[in-house]
Write a protein that binds this ligand. Structure first.
Ligand SMILES: Nc1nc2c(c(=O)[nH]1)N[C@H]1C(S)=C(S)[C@@H](COP(=O)(O)O)O[C@H]1N2
Ligand SMILES: [Mo]
Length: 250
């Protein structure tokens, strides 16, 4: 189901990232030097606990739920979002920033030009429902490797466009889940662009964790060394509001 992100794919991806990304910065760094810088973090993560690296179960096409409900925010209630939706998200940008050597600003076309992973997984919401869907998008590790994660990095924060009951939605994971092969930035559900209710145009899939970790309406990926000064300091919207577990492993 997945395309390997081999060295060749990675380097091709780097080229794609810079087509309309941060071309100024790209010119000063060769793909080769970015590749070497990326290896440090990847290796550290690969030495961590085997259990955290295990794959979530993947299902056959026949198991896909006929309808994948929307939960929490089902849209982003701003004029900017409505305009972007109407234009097919031509102006949407995903930023990669924080403790990285080369910040990125990526269009949907940039993301679709990278090596893609497709996975059919079950989404489990703490409210007591599940649904199986087929998600497609680049692995988060590809973007982190391209940006060059610095040694001091400890967490990756997902910034969202929506406000839910008066507060900005956000989430975060540690570097093990950030580099997990099934952690992808999904632009498609069941072979179609993400529906509005499911987080169009981009949402995270963090397959080893519960539904509230899977940030929808994704605008930025921020690499940080502490979660203390973000939101309420507990690492996510529901963690801040209701004390949900930050690590919601399943
Ligand atoms: N930006 C954002 N992401 C979010 C939410 C939200 O309200 N806003 N809800 C979360 C919860 S609790 C769940 S179960 C899933 C729901 O995803 P779905 O709408 O595709 O079913 O998104 C998660 N990600
Ligand atoms: Mo949920």
């Amino acid at each position: 189901m997945s395309l390997p992100v081999g060295r060749r794919g990675f380097l091709a991806g780097i080229g794609a990232l810079f087509v309309s990304g941060c071309s100024k910065m790209a010119e000063t760094d060769t793909a080769q030097s970015l590749f070497s810088a990326a290896q440090g973090w990847h290796q550290k993560v690969h030495r961590s606990l085997a259990d955290r690296k295990a794959l979530a179960r993947e299902y056959p096409r026949s198991a896909i739920s006929p309808f994948f409900r929307g939960n929490g925010s089902r849209t982003v209630d701003t004029d900017a979002y409505r305009a972007s939706l109407a234009s097919g998200f031509a102006d949407w940008r995903l930023e990669v920033r924080g403790l990285v050597d080369t910040p990125l600003s990526l269009s949907l076309d940039n993301l679709r030009a990278l090596p893609q992973r497709t996975q059919i997984t079950r989404h489990d919401c703490v409210e007591g429902w599940s649904a199986i869907g087929e998600w497609t998008g680049p692995q988060l590790s590809t973007l982190l490797d391209a940006a060059g994660v610095q040694d001091s990095a400890k967490f990756v924060v997902f910034r969202c466009a929506d406000t839910y009951v008066g507060r900005k939605y956000y989430e975060s994971v540690d570097m093990v889940d950030a580099f997990h092969p099934q952690t992808i930035i999904a632009h498609s559900l069941n072979g179609e662009p993400l529906p509005e209710r499911n987080g169009a145009p981009l949402r995270m899939r963090i397959e080893r964790q519960l539904g509230y970790k899977h940030a929808k309406y994704l605008t930025a990926i921020e690499v940080v060394d502490t979660l203390d000064d973000i939101g309420g300091g507990k690492g996510g919207y529901w963690e801040d509001r209701l004390g949900y577990q930050w690590y919601a492993g399943i």
